[in-house]
Design a binder for this molecule. Sequence first.
Ligand code: ATP
Length: 501
Amino acid sequence: MIDLKKIISHSKEYGFVFPSSEIYDGLSATYDYGPFGVELKNNIKKHWWQSMVYEHENIVGLDSAIFMHPLIWKASGHVDAFNDPLVDNKDSKKRYRADALIEDQLVKFQQKINKEIKKGEKRFGSKFEIVTFQKTNARILKYNDKIKNSKEKLNAALEKSDMNALNELISDLEIRCPVSGTSNWTEVRTFNLMFDTQLGAVADESNKLYLRPETAQGIFVNFLNVQKSARKKIPFGIAQIGKAFRNEIVARQFIFRMREFEQMEMQFFVKPGQEIEWYQFWKQSRMEWHKSLNLCQGNYKFHDHSNLAHYANAACDIEYEFPIGFKELEGIHSRTNYDLSQHQNYSKKKLSYFDSESNESYLPYVVETSVGLDRLFLSVLCGSFAEETVNNEKRTVLKLPNYLAPISVAILPLLKKDGLDDYARNLFNDLKIKFPCHYEDKDSIGKRYRRQDAIGTPLCITIDHDTLIDKKITIRDRDTMLQERVSISNLSDLIKERIGS
Ligand code: ATP
């Protein structure tokens, strides 16, 4: 598995992602997308929108405001319960999420188990029987027991917001601060993740606004507006892409966990009783969508939630194997009619839907698919990153899905003279209105190829002296590095076919 540090430095060097406010020493957990990053991000958004909105007759889009009436966050439960358990180490003064500290400790136990297995393999050689070894080795049994018990206690504590139980777990597992090495902890306390700000000039509690921590609530409060204006019948969905803000306690994993990030969410409104069927449909459909990106390194798995939030009757995550391990990429949740009924109660406006087929009114149930755009971006980068040796030289290449690549075609005259550059410019001017193109005439052709490989450009076109005579160019494929000479007469069709969508 590739090292996250490599991805971070590649992202910076090649203009994908920069640390925010860098010349002021940065602002933690915020990042800026550079010239190639913004293209990749936009292409990911387009691809998601295409497959969720344009390819589903019964899904429409929305772009709701980030600021919303503060009561919305009371109704949704975010004011009272959108909390993380926070703990400080008194010696290092470092702040942690208590549940993350506990989970990291359990990972350490798992690593100890793996070490024992390695030792066993060495000791018993070809006679090594892993299953028997795991069932009989006292140390492995002890660690497995600890992991299982602690996971159960952790889930129960989180579900009940029981901070004392988290204190106990930290103490029982003898967790030490990774920085100071001590276990001199404060008590675990809750911390609300919403950022707030003020509306207008007078700063008092009644004017308090929140930066939305998820895009979903904008969809719920617009449910009837959208249903009526788009003349939709249940089942139908509303999709939205937009910024969300969370004051994450620990955010040290590049764009995996940020304080300002983007979500791509779709809320699917269904008849009560049909939600589990739809949940299964979206669960499979979203997994297939991720797999269809066909990344070179694309390991995904489901994580079904056993402890459900009070408003959900089924939930799972699609996890991707990031360099930091399998982690949540997308959540699929069957949210019942909790959100609509809360908004109905708080706003005192009816939000029910009249079903003309069954001749009844009801509050629809909701199945949600929610993917973090930045996490998806990171998965695409990690899954496409490859280092290869070609003719004893190292090449770094982003084997991005062609339709997501920031630049589709690079146009490269072999030399900057003899009319090759003019010919190449004309070709560039012709192609740039059809595809994202790049023109480059500096440096050796080898160097220019490497640079395009590093930003993931699927096709490079070179113009040489023969081109002026036979009107043929050389087209080079990023992944195979194969070069073909083709006529420029049907070049656009060929590029279109290779880039796909
Ligand atoms: P986590 O458990 O990792 O904090 P979550 O369960 O709180 O995530 P959801 O509320 O389900 O996340 O949000 C939906 C999606 O939004 C997540 O699957 C993830 O891709 C993305 N997301 C959530 N928080 C962040 C963040 N701080 N930075 C980047 N993406 C995020």
